[in-house]
Design a binder for this molecule. Structure first.
Ligand code: SAM
Length: 337
């Protein structure tokens, strides 16, 4: 490298500063009611409270477009979103794991008769049970500024719930929102899992300055309009086997699907290519290119040509419910230090 080139590269390179010594951006002052609360937010519970009133209003209106709806809120925290919802909804049932916060918010918002705050772990109960406990009944919308550490298990629970919400409106990490929404050529195991149950769309983004304390990551609000039932023409008992195929297809997302199926099901390449052709899927396709209907056709052909393959896994029950060890359905826990 010539000296001139070397100096131009050097001038662009900043001296590296060890992470711990980097100045942290100033943390904004919390709003008055949070100062009154007087507790340190618990990072382990994903406590980044929404303080931007425009975003709070927009989320509440996305949950209650008509006014008078029934809403199940997950993770009420100090109740900024809860309060907006209580102004618009006919009934709000808000669930909060942190008992101290639940008691604070119950007291702070005691003027709203249509609001019930339940101190509970949302993962310990069915959404319908929580709704009924709080005096609500279907139809309902589920919403929340979800704690990062448990976003995807909560979304999955809401999608599979009986009785389920008609609409889900959640504020999540932006990358998770993008994976939920998917799109042509950008589908993920998560987007397909969601699109079996409903139609997702990203409503808007929320910068980290909309929260106190601000997280390192950007966030986005996603709405999922639930279908009346799963968008699969399969007997209920086969849905788990279907998801097994989808999970298998995404096991090596960078590879073309024929290579993945050949590897994962230990099949010869020629029959795999024939299966894809019969299902109307391009030989060069990757899992990210397939829509729910493509997976359904692929499932149908595989089930007919190789009934034992999916059957065996179905019986085995191996992570068929998408447990948290599943790389795509596992919670994304950003480093918010
Ligand atoms: N809704 C508030 C807001 O927007 O400011 C708080 C949102 S904060 C990101 C997430 C909230 O979920 C926290 O208050 C946290 O304590 C609560 N939480 C965490 N895990 C929970 C669980 N398993 N069940 C119910 N609430 C939970």
């Amino acid at each position: 490298m010539s000296p001139r080139k070397r100096s131009s590269v050097a001038s662009r390179r900043r001296p590296s500063v060890p992470k711990a010594q980097r100045p942290k951006p100033p943390v904004p002052d919390p709003p008055e009611y949070l100062r009154r609360l007087g507790v340190q937010p618990r990072k382990a519970l994903g406590q980044h409270f929404l303080i931007d009133e425009f975003i709070l209003g927009d989320i509440a209106r996305a949950c209650c477009p008509q006014g008078g709806e029934t809403v199940l809120e997950i993770g009420a925290g100090p109740g900024a979103l809860t309060e907006e919802l209580a102004r618009l909804a006919g009934r709000v049932v808000a669930v909060e794991l942190d008992e101290e916060l639940a008691a604070f918010t119950r007291e702070r918002l005691r003027q709203f008769d249509q609001l019930e705050i339940i101190a509970a772990d949302v993962m310990d109960f069915e959404p319908g049970e929580l709704l009924a406990e709080g005096g609500g009944a279907p139809p309902y919308t589920a919403c929340g500024n979800l704690p990062y550490y448990i976003t995807q298990p909560i979304v999955r629970r809401l999608l599979e719930a009986q009785p389920g919400p008609q609409r889900i409106v959640v504020l999540v990490q932006r990358e998770v929102a993008q994976r939920i929404a998917g799109g042509p050529g950008r589908e993920s195991l998560l987007s397909i899992s969601v699109k079996v149950y409903g139609a997702p769309r990203i409503l808007f983004e929320a910068p980290h300055t909309a929260f106190w304390p601000p997280p390192k990551v950007q966030s986005a609000v996603v709405a999922i309009e639930k279908f009346a039932g799963p968008a699969l023409d399969l007997p209920a008992g086969e849905i788990e086997a279907f998801f097994h195929l989808v999970r298998t297809g995404f096991a090596q997302p960078r590879k073309q699907l024929h290579n993945v199926l050949t590897d994962e099901f230990t099949l010869e390449r020629a029959p795999v290519l024939a299966i894809l052709a019969e299902a109307g899927i391009e030989a060069t396709a990757r899992a990210q290119h397939l829509q729910v209907a493509d997976w359904e056709r692929l499932y149908g052909v595989m089930r007919r040509r190789h009934p034992g393959l999916l059957e065996a896994r179905d019986v085995d029950g191996d992570d068929a419910d998408g447990d948290e060890s599943d790389p795509d359905l596992a919670a994304d826990e950003p480093d918010n230090d």
